[in-house]
Write a protein that binds this ligand. Sequence first.
Ligand SMILES: Cc1cc2nc3c(=O)[nH]c(=O)nc-3n(C[C@H](O)[C@H](O)[C@H](O)COP(=O)(O)OP(=O)(O)OC[C@H]3O[C@@H](n4cnc5c(N)ncnc54)[C@H](O)[C@@H]3O)c2cc1C
Length: 457
Amino acid sequence: MYKRIVIIGAGHCGGRVAEHLRKRGFRGSISLIGCERHAPYERPSLSKGALSKAALSKAALVSEDSWDPESITLLSPDKLAELEIDWIAGRNCIDIDPEQQEVILDGNKRLRFDALVLATGGSPIKLPLAGAGQPQVMYLRTRNDATAIDSQLAPGKKVVVIGAGFIGLEVAASARMRGCEVTVLEAGSRPLARGLPVQTAEAISELHAQHGVEIRTNVAATSFEGTNGRLNRVMLLDEEPLPADLVVVGVGIRPNTELAHKAGLSIQDGISTDAFGRTSHPAIWAAGDCANAHNSRYNRPFRLESWKNAELMAEVVAQEIIKDIISNLEIHLDSSQQYGFFNDQKEQLKDPEPAKETVSLENNAVPWLWSDQFEYGLQTTGFPADGDEIITRIDGDLRIDFAFRDGKLIGAAGLAPGAKAARDIRLVQMMLEQGISPEPKDLANPAKKLKALLKGK
Ligand SMILES: Cc1cc2nc3c(=O)[nH]c(=O)nc-3n(C[C@H](O)[C@H](O)[C@H](O)COP(=O)(O)OP(=O)(O)OC[C@H]3O[C@@H](n4cnc5c(N)ncnc54)[C@H](O)[C@@H]3O)c2cc1C
């Protein structure tokens, strides 16, 4: 039954699904289809080290000129070959036939599937403004986008970033580190409104100001003007035009749901799935940025755009597909001699035992993400922007804003040089996982160790 698994999207999550399927013993065919020509890679460095040329990234440790482009490769072409994963590069999947269980690639190539995983990620939201088609108005999602932006950065260049979210501000910090003059335009009333409490966002704005980045809020770009095919200014609503050599737009992504939509799958801000990544079609799963997965811990679905979510959902989906194979084995065990299913199915798994550790969205899905802003590392867990009360703890150069809602801890954001916030945010994540909500006054007091508060002391 499960001889052919097809994965659409050879990005972070798709690559990991393929890898986990092999790790968990699947021996049937795996096709990994990707529009990009690069083998699966991790995107976070694209707005950090790839542009700043410093090895910022996860550890947020600045060391000039030490960024290695190959460091973001998740599965090299050699590794894919070794794992016998059929990587179909530079091809677009244009349709799914759910009845026939086939996917259709550009050029009309058809591939049958027994299980299909949609790991199609998201696409940057484009600004529908006059002049936005000029080559110096750029977006950042892929390695090629990062290379194109990188080629435009040079000391003294005027860079305008539109959108003061995580990626916009990371691009701003990177461009500034390369000596550009950087202005960030935000249409809303404050930066980072979607992901952070106002207090943490203000601390990050202050950091940008100290480094010479100007963040302007309540400002709307209306068009882009240029001469002789070269951008030279951004037109603003009710304000003076802003000179610009380069514009980078970072106003969010839309989940890539077109294929799922055509296939008649249920969609609601992403492809709707259960807590195991299964869509409304029993043989189709979705994972990563494109998936809106139900989460029993929070008793609601949510769609996360983060590295950790791509890692976790990939593992969960691979595990569930393997479980399906195993339960099919069990169902057919009695009739196996008669129908010959058993031997045939057993062939697909090297070791048809469930993996020892079980991963699940419920147990592991307290959101966590990081961002690097200059020499500072930000880490968040839970839903720090959704609090109705914020408690701040300052411990030397480490700042943590804890978000409470209805008197209960729901998230936190930590900001500190390098990776200094990591340990404390991990402890808060454990509190959230275990439903522990310490007293606000204890969280505000740096003398009270978070480890002790986690243990209820
Ligand atoms: C610049 C940048 C910085 C980031 N920084 C951070 C960070 O600091 N921390 C953090 O937690 N997260 C960060 N993220 C988010 C993180 O990288 C994403 O959440 C993660 O890449 C999602 O993985 P994915 O596989 O779902 O999507 P992707 O990695 O985008 O992969 C989807 C792939 O599917 C392909 N595809 C789509 N449709 C088709 C089709 N029809 N046919 C064939 N192929 C198709 C796409 O071309 C793409 O290659 C960042 C993202 C970006 C872009």
